[in-house]
Ligand binder design. Structure first.
Ligand code: SF4
Length: 364
C-alpha cells in the first residue's frame, strides 16, 4: 500500500524508514526535502541514493491537498481554499504584517461545537483532517508565497484557529504541530505556534504534557449563563474548570500568558458590567485579551459592537493592567476575516441540510 509521507511527523517517518530497512538519517534527509525545500518529487531529492528513490517511488507519495482557489485581498491577506475530498473544502488564511506573517490553519472539515456566532459551526461537521491535510496547508502556502527557496521565512507564525476545534482532532493536530516545530521541517519557535481552543479542558492538559505551544482560549463571555448559550461546550466544561485548566497550562506553556479571544457582540456580551465581570473571572490567570469585532454573516442573529463600545471595553481591561488588543478586521473583501472561514462542508450531523455548496461551484 502506498503511504503519504506528509502524514508522518519526524518520529513516525523514522519508524517507517526503519520498517523499510533504512537508517534514521535517511528519514531526516527526506523530511528536510519535503518540508524545508517543499519537494514532492523523489527524483528531485538529489542527495538520496537512486536505489532508495526507486524504493520510495514504489511505496510512497508526497501528496498535499490541492489548492482550489487562491484569493488576494486589497490589504494583502490571502485566502486559500483547500480541497479535502468528497466535496469538502477548508480555508487557510495568510495575514502579512510589518513584523510577521501569520498563517491560520484549519484542523477539521466543519466543526461540531456549534458556537452561536461562528460561520464554520453553522455549517456542521464532516470529519477530522489528516496530518497531511493539516501540514499540507502550510506546505502549500509556503509554495504559493514563494518561501520554499532560500532562507527567507515568509510565514513566521502559525495559528490553529481556522475551521474546527484543534483539540477535538488531537493526534493529528499534535503530529502537525511537531512538524512545525521540528528543525528538520519548519523549525518554528513554540512561542510562535498557537493552538486556539474553545475550552476542551482534559485535552488542554494533554496538550500541555505532549506538545506545549502558545495557547489561545475562545472565551467570549464572562459568566456561565451567557457562555452556555454562545459557546455550548461550556455546558460540559464550565468557566471555573476552564480557568483552573488555564492556570495548569501556564506551568508548561512556552509563554507566560494565555490569550483570551473575546468576540464583541452588540448588546450581548459587550457592556461595562461584562468587562468588570471578566476582570473578576480571570483574576488568577496571567493573560492578554484579544477583542474581535464580530463579522456578520447571512442568517446570523448578531451585530458587531460599535467601535466606541469596543474601545470602552478595552479601556476597562487595560486600566486593570491587562494587555488588550483589538483585532483589525482583515480581508473583509474576500471573506477571510475571523469567524467567516466557511469553506464547503458536507455536514454529517445533518444540522444544515440543504446548505452545502458543492465544491465544483466553488471552483467556477
Ligand atoms: S468558534 Fe471554533 S469551536 Fe466554535 S464552532 Fe466555530 S470553529 Fe468550532
Amino acid at each position: 500500500m502506498t503511504v503519504n509521507l506528509l502524514d508522518f511527523d519526524g518520529e513516525s517517518l523514522t519508524a517507517w524508514f526503519a520498517e523499510q530497512g533504512e537508517k534514521p538519517f535517511r528519514a531526516k534527509q527526506v523530511l528536510r526535502w519535503i518540508h524545508r525545500s517543499g519537494v514532492a518529487d523523489f527524483d528531485a531529492m538529489t542527495d538520496i541514493a537512486k536505489s532508495l528513490r526507486e524504493k520510495l517511488k514504489a511505496k510512497a507519495v508526497v501528496a498535499p491537498p490541492a489548492v482550489v482557489s487562491d484569493k488576494l485581498s486589497d490589504d494583502g491577506t490571502r485566502k486559500f481554499l483547500i480541497d479535502v475530498g468528497n466535496g469538502n473544502a477548508v480555508e487557510t488564511v495568510f495575514i502579512p504584517e510589518d513584523d510577521r506573517g501569520t498563517l491560520c490553519i484549519s484542523t477539521q472539515a466543519g466543526c461540531a461545537l456549534d458556537c452561536a456566532f461562528c460561520s464554520t459551526g453553522k455549517q456542521g461537521f464532516n470529519r477530522n483532517l489528516t496530518v497531511a491535510e493539516i501540514i499540507g496547508q502550510l506546505w502549500q502556502a509556503n509554495h504559493a508565497l514563494g518561501a520554499v527557496h532560500g532562507d527567507e521565512r515568509v510565514i513566521s507564525n502559525v495559528v490553529l484557529m481556522g475551521m474546527g476545534e484543534p483539540l477535538a482532532n488531537f493526534e493529528n493536530s499534535v503530529a502537525a504541530l511537531k512538524l512545525m516545530l521540528d528543525d528538520n521541517a519548519y523549525g518554528l519557535s513554540r512561542r510562535r505556534v498557537t493552538v486556539s481552543t474553545s475550552g476542551l479542558v482534559p485535552v488542554m492538559d494533554r496538550l500541555g504534557d505532549e506538545c506545549p505551544v502558545a495557547l489561545a482560549v475562545s472565551l467570549h463571555a464572562p459568566n456561565d449563563k451567557l457562555r452556555d448559550q454562545i459557546v455550548p461546550i461550556n455546558q460540559k466544561y464550565p468557566l471555573k474548570e476552564l480557568m483552573a485548566a488555564c492556570q495548569r497550562y501556564l506551568d508548561k506553556a512556552p509563554r507566560d500568558f494565555i490569550t483570551f479571544e473575546y468576540i464583541m457582540l452588540d448588546g450581548i456580551n459587550d457592556t461595562d458590567a461584562h468587562a468588570r465581570e471578566l476582570l473578576a473571572l480571570v483574576r488568577s490567570v496571567h493573560c492578554k485579551f484579544n477583542l474581535i469585532p464580530f463579522n456578520p454573516f447571512p442568517g446570523s442573529p448578531f451585530k458587531r459592537s460599535p467601535a466606541e463600545r469596543v474601545r470602552r471595553f478595552a479601556d476597562i481591561l487595560m486600566q486593570a493592567g491587562i494587555v488588550t488588543t483589538t483585532r483589525k478586521t482583515r480581508g473583509d473583501d474576500i471573506d477571510a476575516a475571523c469567524g467567516q472561514l466557511a469553506g464547503q462542508v458536507q455536514d454529517k450531523t445533518k444540522r444544515t441540510a440543504g446548505r452545502v455548496i458543492p465544491l465544483k461551484e466553488a471552483r467556477s
